[in-house]
Design a protein around this ligand. Structure first.
Ligand SMILES: [Zn+2]
Length: 239
């Protein structure tokens, strides 16, 4: 996190883009544009809504990025009709689009490997607690936050890649984010209808999670906490 306040739109865009990881997407809100960082100083426009507002924003952002010293590639842009969606549907549709781009483009970082991350055994990902970090919230107060990484292993070159949790969530999808394995148990988060059904049927292998796995004592990643989960204890030889 950077604490320097940007002074000009160029500086703002410079900070924004230089903080992105290569392969990460940037969608300035309300502009109908999706960019991806494809190199140290390279940005590619992936998707543009078919509206005059998006066309104008595309020109404006293109000029700003060039001024800030970025190469902008625009020749492969996909023009899509804007949809009349509720904010919830809009969010879902953008999430699906982000996921499609990530699945089709994110690759193993080993030079010359190029295996797509979506071809990795993402269900075998390992969540690693990296440590605490201090960030400044909007009110200028320091907050302690936990930093996690998700390790995935390339099936081609065996390199371990540490992903940001949000990037992992994007490429892995909701189903994988609903399940979590600790050294002693498999946990499956339940949606509301399933919770109701399980309680009505007096199914007992359900717990509400806190910060730790009650079977192994392992620290749970934030997205697994405070959830109603179905558990299955693992045999010790399965570790
Ligand atoms: Zn690889």
């Amino acid at each position: 996190m950077t604490s320097t306040k940007p002074e000009t739109p160029e500086e703002e865009i410079e900070i924004m883009l230089s903080n992105l990881a290569i392969g990460a997407l940037w969608e300035p809100q309300g502009h109908g544009l999706t960019y991806m960082k494809i190199g140290e100083r390279d940005i590619e426009l992936m998707v543009q809504h078919q509206t005059s507002e998006a066309a104008q924003s595309r020109i404006r952002f293109g000029i700003l990025m060039a001024k800030a010293g970025w190469q902008v590639k625009e020749d492969g842009v996909q023009i899509v009709p804007p949809q009349n969606l509720t904010p919830q549907q809009q969010y879902m549709s953008e999430q699906i689009k982000r996921q499609e781009i990530a699945q089709a483009t994110w690759k193993c970082q080993t030079p010359e490997c190029g295996c797509l991350l979506s071809a990795f055994a993402l269900e075998k990902a390992e969540w690693i607690f990296v440590g605490q970090s201090k960030i400044e919230d909007d009110g200028g107060q320091e907050q302690e936050v936990e930093v996690w990484a998700v390790n995935v292993i390339c099936p081609v070159c065996d390199t371990t890649i540490a992903m940001e949790p949000l990037e992992y969530a994007l490429i892995a999808g909701d189903d994988l984010m609903m399940s979590y394995r600790t050294p002693a148990a498999q946990l499956e988060a339940l949606d509301r209808p399933t919770i109701i059904k399980c309680i009505d049927e007096q199914f007992t292998e359900i717990i509400i999670t806190g910060s730790f796995c009650p079977f192994s004592g392992a620290l749970l990643p934030p997205h697994v906490r405070g959830a109603v989960v179905k558990f299955k204890e693992l045999e010790s030889e399965e570790e």
